[in-house]
Ligand binder design. Structure first.
Ligand code: PEP
Ligand code: MG
Length: 579
């Protein structure tokens, strides 16, 4: 609570996942082991070995606490930490460290680093992927012991002890994907915009988030009480009693409004004049979600999250099982599996990618897959095999040219031929399409449409490439105009060409889930909108208020406005008139 005479501080950022939260701060800084080769003078062996033993004891205590706190809610995660205790108490490892301390006089941190790393390397070489994966567990345990030896406190998002608002410079998508969702009430980061993957995951998990809060990790302290207003984009530090009261009231109202909108969740998607459109779901994992109940298709299955949540390159069999599971979750509806989209802000721990000056303009997604053919073929084999068990379609990200389409289609044809020769079943009619997220492929939609089964617009990247605005850079979020007249002109052309050719066209970028943009896009001819579950109700509600003719009129006007601000003001006004 704020102390007498102190001013409540207000920090500002981009509200990227709506909601309100009142909780204490947890500063997340991933521990980096910084170990150097170092030795102690003879005669201190016992003292240093005891330091090591104390660290092991402390680590065991930490792990026991995690297992106890997790075993009720997440027994699967708890098992991982039980396995960590086994590694920690491994006799061979202890013997290795003892030897280095007593015989070579190695400092305990150096000895721990050497011995654990040695064992991890051995495991990594194992043919069985499950054994190889244990290397990452070993490194995790090593880091725990090293952190304790350095006297630093525990810092881990997957095993939080109490409810908190996480503050970090940046969260890797893997941090967000593995974090303890029950305990994280909100997210604040210093970098990242509305379409960064942290933002997308936060929305998917319905966790309020404000990103791009300058110097948040410096200004805020562990344990500070804050109000996170992810409707406005503010962080109120150590609020006074009155402010807390006001926000409690706001929270009640927000929940009420959400409840009213949620009545539209399971309505049939119709506009006021009766035309039907389709709502799709965007997913990043294999877990069954409630959203599947309210949609006609999965418009975007971001498969890279399977790769990012793994400690090693997932095998064909593992991917096949994962894809089958998603098809089962979709209950017969089409699932659009997007092939691996890494590079940009997404990396894999087990795949070293050269550092690039402009990663979003670099070796990303399909480009990278075409250069790592084994990885690409493995994914396509798994996807095609899964296609025998449901309604699967395959989609390529970051397509910029007809050459990309042809190269990718060629690999699909080769993999199909391989499966046929091996007598492995797959759906011969599986649809293969592209993401339209680079202007160069949007502008030749008339040609691209002839060589694909469907298109799906990735408006997150399309905005960044059309406007030359890095989607991750908080300094230029004011330039990231996904609702600019320029965007709607390009989108209108794309919808027109695909509709003319009688091929499916969907939007799976964040714009599809924005109720104002969805209205304009409906007027421009779009009938398939794929989004995060949290946006379905609002989009259905807004579209239900307008007739097709009204939506067309609105779209026509939007194309002739000059700025994004004008577009938003105009569309907002039209919606308010109906409310
Ligand atoms: C997009 O770019 O709009 C998209 C859906 O892909 P991602 O956000 O994963 O880059
Ligand atoms: Mg994209």
């Amino acid at each position: 609570m704020q102390k007498k005479g102190e001013q409540m501080r207000i920090l500002k950022g981009n509200p990227v996942s709506p909601g309100l939260a009142l909780a204490s701060i947890y500063i997340y800084k991933a521990f980096k082991a910084d170990v150097h080769e170092s030795y102690f003078p003879a005669g201190q062996e016992e003292e240093h070995f005891l330091k090591f033993k104390d660290a092991i004891e402390m680590a065991e205590k930490e792990l026991n606490e995690i297992v106890t706190s997790m075993s009720a809610e997440s027994p699967d995660k708890a098992k991982i930490f039980t396995a960590h205790t086994e590694i920690l108490l491994d006799e061979e490892i202890e013997e290795g460290v003892r030897e280095m301390i007593y015989e070579s006089h190695a400092m305990p941190d150096y000895a721990v680093d050497e011995v654990f790393s040695e064992f991890a390397k051995l495991l990594e070489k194992a043919k069985d992927p499950l054994i190889a994966a244990r290397a990452a567990d070993l490194r995790d345990v090593r880091n725990r012991v090293l952190r304790i030896l350095k006297g630093e406190k525990e810092n881990n998002l997957s095993s939080l002890r109490e409810n908190c608002i996480v503050v970090a410079h940046d969260l890797l998508p893997s941090d967000t994907a593995t974090m303890d969702r029950q305990r994280v009430m909100g997210i604040i980061t210093e970098v990242g915009g509305a379409t960064s993957h942290t933002a997308i995951l936060a929305r998917g998990y319905k966790i309020p988030a404000v990103l791009g809060v300058k110097d948040a990790t410096e200004i805020l302290n562990n344990g500070d009480n804050v109000i996170l207003d992810a409707l406005k984009g503010t962080v109120l530090v150590e609020p006074d009693k009155d402010t807390i009261e006001v926000y409690r009231q706001k929270l009640v109202e927000y929940i009420q409004e959400e409840r009213q909108t949620s009545e539209y969740l399971d309505r049939i998607p119709l506009v006021a004049s009766g035309e039907r459109y389709s709502v799709g779901l965007n997913i990043g994992g294999t877990e069954p979600e409630e959203g599947f109940k309210y949609v006609d298709y999965v418009g975007l299955f971001r498969t890279e999250f399977l790769y990012m949540g793994s400690e090693y390159m997932p095998t064909e069999e593992e991917q096949f099982q994962a894809y089958r599971k998603v098809l089962a979750n979709a209950m017969g509806n089409p699932v659009t599996l997007r092939t691996l989209d890494i590079g940009g802000d997404k990396t894999l721990k087990y795949m070293a990618l050269p550092k690039e000056d402009n990663p979003f303009l670099g070796n990303r997604a399909l480009r990278l897959c075409l250069q790592h053919m084994d990885m690409f073929r493995t994914q396509l084999r798994a996807a095609l095999r899964a296609s025998a068990f449901g309604n699967l379609q395959i989609m390529f990200p970051m397509v910029g040219t007809m050459d990309d389409i042809r190269a990718a289609n060629k690999v699909v044809a080769e993999v199909k031929a391989e499966l046929r020769a091996e007598g492995i079943a797959f759906d011969e009619r599986v649809k293969v399409g592209i993401m339209i997220e680079i202007p160069s492929i949007a502008l030749i939609s008339d040609q691209a449409v002839k060589e694909v089964d469907f298109g799906s617009v990735g408006t997150n990247d399309l905005t960044q490439y059309l406007h030359a605005v890095d989607r991750m850079n908080p300094a230029i979020t004011d330039y990231y105009h996904s609702m600019s007249p320029a965007m709607f002109r390009v989108l209108g052309k794309v919808f027109e060409e695909y509709n003319k050719a009688g091929k499916e066209i969907s939007v799976c970028g964040e714009l599809a889930g924005d109720h104002m943009a969805a209205l304009v896009m409906f007027g421009l001819g779009l009938r398939k909108f794929s989004m995060n579950a949290s946006n379905i109700a609002r989009v259905k509600r807004t579209l239900s208020l307008f007739t097709l003719e009204e939506a067309k009129e609105i779209a026509k006007k939007v194309l002739n406005l000059a700025t994004q601000a004008e577009v938003i003001e105009f569309v907002k006004g039209e919606i308010e008139k109906k409310n």
